[in-house]
Each structure stands twice: as structure tokens, then as C-alpha cells.
Design a protein around this ligand. Structure first.
Ligand SMILES: NC(=O)C1=CN([C@@H]2O[C@H](COP(=O)(O)OP(=O)(O)OC[C@H]3O[C@@H](n4cnc5c(N)ncnc54)[C@H](OP(=O)(O)O)[C@@H]3O)[C@@H](O)[C@H]2O)C=CC1
Ligand SMILES: O=C(O)C1=N[C@H](C(=O)O)C[C@H](O)C1
Length: 242
């Protein structure tokens, strides 16, 4: 049985994760929220799972490195500095970072990578997502993950080909661009569609999250899998052997 600590335990995902830990028969090592000592939590856990905010990440990584325990990072909206800090910590401990812990989105990303690899750049790729009104970051971590999968398939750099936040007179779409559009409203748990738009035909591949339990269950699986892995940076693909 694994003792899993929750960073951001009072939040929507923190609560869903607590339920998933119980459902899986694992142990809750406790939680850390704003102002709490994450080091104390790391000291009594086998692994931490973080669904909080990018500003909390540096302390959480430090705490896990000091305690020598793995960390699963589900928080999205991460900066380049956050990613550099993850890379540094992953030299000492196992770290799994993903914009989406669900099995369905991991499969969707694999399909998108394959489609992008086989279709030429005359097929325009657009990623559309919708989330609840409380979500603070855009595009979603999942949309970015799907964009990275498409870019990998195409053999291009995502940052250099991103078109997002289109407004006013944008000019025509750049050939080979990967476009992002974000909608916010209501209580939507997470909707993502990847549209491949060619000449007179279109492919749309979608994923709908019906609730947060799917993310929480995937995070518990990920945390358990991380315990016992060597130091390194992992994704859900590693966990699922994709
Ligand atoms: N990878 C995935 O599969 C998924 C990722 N997410 C991501 O997880 C994150 C959390 O989402 P959600 O639960 O909906 O958001 P919430 O706002 O409901 O929860 C975040 C929690 O983190 C707390 N928090 C703020 N600062 C700290 C800190 N320094 N240390 C510890 N906790 C802190 C917040 O407290 P306070 O209210 O006081 O600020 C809040 O309770 C988001 O980035 C979201 O995009 C969500 C779903 C799935
Ligand atoms: O904030 C959320 O709610 C979600 N965040 C993740 C994201 O940014 O993609 C995952 C999921 O879509 C829900």
C-alpha cells in the first residue's frame, strides 16, 4: 500500500484525488495547501501528487528531492522556469509531469501523433478545448500536450508553429501552423477536439471528460508506478508503455 500526499488538497482535483486514493485501497499521507509545510508532508509520504498552482511547484520539487520521493505533477500553466526546475529535480528523483492523467487523452495524443505524421502540412491542425468557468490557464495543459503530439508527428517545433488567441485582422493561416482555441463556461470537466482540416475533407478526434474521477484515477496509478522507478522525467506514455 502506498502513502500518497496531496499538494492542493482542498481544491477540486485534490478532493477528487483523495476519493481515488481511497477507492484504490491506497493510503492518504495527508495534504498541503497554501501556507502549509510541504516538506513535512513529503517526510511522511511515499510519493506526492500535485494539483495546485505553478507558483507552488519550486517548493514541492525541493521537498521531494530532500525526502527522496517521487512526484507526479498534474498542475498546468507551467512556465519555462517550471520545466527547467522539473528537469533539474528529475536528475535525483522520478518525476511524471503531464497536462492530463486520463487514459483516454493519452490514447488521443498517440492517435494525433500518428495522423500528423501521415498527413502532410496541407492538412491544417486546430485544437479546440472547453473547460469550466473557474479554469485560470489557457490553452489547457491537455491542448498543449496534444499540440506537442501533433508537432512530434510532423517533426516540427511547436512553439515556432503555434497560432493562438486569433483576433482582429490576423492575416491568413500560416502553412503548417498548429492552432489553439479555448472556450470557458459552466462546469465542463474537459472537452478537447483535434481537427485536421484538408481539402474538402476533415477529421475530428475528440475526448470528453465526464468528471474529474478519470484524472484522479490516472494520477493514483501514476504515483504508484513512479514509486520504484529510477530518477528521471516521465510522461503517461511511459506508464502505459506507449
Ligand atoms: N493533469 C491533469 O490531468 C489535470 C490537471 N489539472 C490542473 O490541476 C490544477 C488544479 O486544478 P483544480 O483542482 O481544478 O484547481 P483548484 O483551484 O480547485 O485547486 C488548487 C488548489 O491548490 C491550492 N494552492 C494554492 N497555492 C498553493 C500552494 N502554494 N501550495 C499548495 N496548494 C496551493 C489552492 O488553494 P487556494 O484556493 O488557497 O489558492 C487550491 O486549493 C490546475 O492547474 C489544473 O489545470 C486539473 C485536472 C486534471
Ligand atoms: O483545469 C482543469 O479542470 C483541467 N485541467 C487540465 C488541463 O489544463 O488540460 C486537464 C483537464 O482538462 C481539466
Amino acid at each position: 500500500m502506498a502513502a500518497i500526499g496531496i499538494v492542493g488538497s482542498a481544491g477540486r482535483m485534490g478532493q477528487a484525488l483523495a476519493a481515488a486514493i481511497d477507492e484504490a485501497g491506497e493510503t492518504r499521507a495527508g495534504g498541503a495547501d497554501r501556507g502549509d509545510d510541504v516538506g513535512a508532508l513529503a517526510g511522511k509520504a511515499d510519493a506526492l501528487v500535485d494539483f495546485s498552482t505553478p507558483g507552488a511547484l519550486a517548493d514541492t520539487l525541493d521537498a521531494c528531492v530532500k525526502a527522496g520521493i517521487p512526484l507526479l505533477i498534474g498542475t498546468t500553466g507551467l512556465s519555462a522556469d517550471n520545466h527547467a526546475a522539473i528537469d533539474a529535480a528529475a536528475r535525483t528523483i522520478p518525476v511524471l509531469q503531464t497536462g492530463n492523467t486520463s487514459l483516454g487523452v493519452t490514447m488521443l495524443a498517440a492517435l494525433v501523433e500518428q495522423a500528423a505524421a501521415r498527413l502532410g502540412d496541407d492538412w491544417d491542425i486546430e485544437i479546440v478545448e472547453m473547460h469550466h468557468r473557474m479554469k485560470v490557464d489557457a490553452p489547457s495543459g491537455t491542448a498543449i500536450l496534444l499540440g506537442e503530439a501533433a508537432a512530434r508527428g510532423r517533426g516540427i517545433d511547436l512553439a515556432a508553429h503555434t497560432e493562438s488567441g486569433r483576433d482582429c485582422h490576423t492575416g491568413a493561416r500560416a502553412t503548417g501552423a498548429i492552432g489553439f482555441a479555448a472556450l470557458r463556461g459552466g462546469t465542463v470537466a474537459g472537452e478537447h477536439s483535434v481537427i485536421l482540416a484538408g481539402e474538402q475533407e476533415r477529421i475530428t478526434i475528440s475526448h470528453s471528460a465526464e468528471n474529474r474521477a478519470i484524472f484522479a484515477r490516472g494520477a493514483v496509478k501514476g504515483a504508484k508506478w513512479l514509486i520504484g522507478q529510477p530518477a528521471g522525467r516521465y510522461t503517461m506514455n511511459d506508464l502505459l508503455g506507449l
